[in-house]
Design a protein around this ligand. Structure first.
Ligand code: SF4
Ligand code: SF4
Length: 400
């Protein structure tokens, strides 16, 4: 394929590529996960107590903005795969809400010019950028990343696609700069990225099916895969101290991801190494600032075949679901020194931190010195409003 120009908003080509992720992944030791083992599911079932079980129902919609976002994302949970009910209307019908039905989405034959893996990888990445993704990477679908059972009905997950396309959506620097980490915009920051990544992934999966290849979207409202190992293999980041979180060299931990699995032939990417293991070893800022001390200060551990920093999922889930002073929590994202705007100055610092191990000794110290991690009230634009008993009101308690 002739050299092509990438539309990536970030220069991902300058990041060092490696054959394996920078943290150990012992494929033979990994036990596949049941989706019902997740912290939020456990909270919803009462495993963390009655209070969190009740709060789970309202912890996102108690903020009117995150409520609106989760509502739209929920609709997209129904269109991840070929619709069961196909379009039977006259296709000449004028487009309107009343005439809309899901259209057939899988061609019987494969579309022409779709079997060159290198070109199709370029094509699919450009499509993702066209749809406003902030980063995209491709890997083989690790079989151990597929859930055993779905949390929606406990049914067995059957997914054997060959490839995974992962997209990242930035939660936005301005909100991340303005908020204090756990106030009334926190869940909206998560769900603006969840909803956008859901929208993009559903369109990409639909498009690939129209080309004649099976494809399924996996997003916050309907996953069949565990996302972090896919992000590692697709070269979108390294594991970080926050726990089961992948950190991207340009977005830091300030993103949400969605995945499209497919059999469309694609050239895969390689994992990346930008020195994060060394940086997180030295930094520990997220552990220091986590309001419930859910992040480890210690060395990495091996857990279920993965090398990772330990994190206390129950404490973290309890904070995010049970937060009475805001909606959710993203303090670790807020304070991370890699959560920065993409300005020439920060690009220069980013380059130093990626390439000069000695400089990483001063990363967190310098970040504190410049005052990063504090709320920037001049940028605060959202309303502090909380729904209680069906009435929107000034929150009883504010975390800012
Ligand atoms: S989301 Fe909040 S509670 Fe959870 S680890 Fe991050 S800072 Fe701690
Ligand atoms: S705050 Fe520091 S230790 Fe935590 S994830 Fe970010 S770089 Fe790593």
């Amino acid at each position: 394929m002739k050299k092509k120009i990438s539309s990536s908003p970030y220069p991902d080509h300058i990041i060092k590529r490696v054959d394996r992720p920078t943290t150990i992944v012992e494929e033979g030791l990994i036990q596949k996960k049941d989706e019902r083992d997740g912290g939020f599911y456990k909270a919803s079932q009462g495993d963390y107590g009655e209070f969190l079980k009740n709060e789970y129902k309202r912890f996102v919609p108690k903020s009117p903005l995150s409520g609106a976002l989760v509502s739209m994302t929920g609709i997209l949970g129904h269109v991840v795969d070929t619709p069961k009910e196909e379009y039977k209307e006259n296709t000449n019908t004028a487009w309107s809400v009343s005439s809309w039905k899901p259209m057939p989405q899988i061609s019987i034959t494969q579309a022409p010019n779709t079997n060159d893996p290198e070109f199709m990888a370029y094509h699919i990445k450009e499509l993702a950028y066209f749809l406003k993704a902030d980063a995209v990477g491709i890997c083989k679908l690790p079989p151990y990343s597929v859930f055993t059972n779905s949390k929606s009905d406990g049914s067995k997950v059957e997914l054997n696609h060959k490839y995974a396309i992962a997209i990242l959506i930035d939660q936005g620097w301005n909100a991340a700069d303005a908020f204090n980490g756990s106030d009334w915009i926190s869940n909206s920051m998560s769900f603006v990225s969840y909803s956008t990544s859901a929208f993009i992934s559903c369109i990409m999966a639909d498009y690939i099916r129209r080309l004649g290849y099976p494809a399924r979207a996996h997003h916050a409202m309907n996953y069949q895969v565990v996302v972090p190992p896919i992000l590692l293999w697709a070269g979108l980041g390294e594991m970080c101290r926050i726990g089961d979180i992948v950190l991207n060299p340009f977005l830091g931990p300030r993103f949400k991801a969605a995945v499209i699995t497919t059999d469309l032939p694609l050239k895969i990417d390689k994992p990346i190494d930008f020195g994060l293991q060394d940086f997180c070893d030295k930094c520990r800022k997220c552990a220091r600032e986590c309001p419930v001390q859910a992040i480890s200060y210690d060395k990495k551990i091996m857990f279920n075949g993965y090398e990772k920093w330990d994190n206390n999922i129950e404490k973290c889930t309890s904070m995010r679901v049970g937060n009475q002073n805001g909606s959710g929590c993203g303090t670790c994202i807020k304070v991370c020194p890699w959560n920065k705007p993409y300005t020439p100055f920060h690009r220069m610092i980013n380059r130093v931190m990626r390439n000069v191990p000695l400089a990483r000794n001063f990363g967190a110290w310098a970040d504190d010195l410049f005052g990063y991690g504090k709320p920037n009230d001049k940028k605060k634009w959202w309303l502090d409003i909380e729904e209680r008993d069906g009435v929107f009101q000034i929150p009883k308690s504010k975390n800012n």
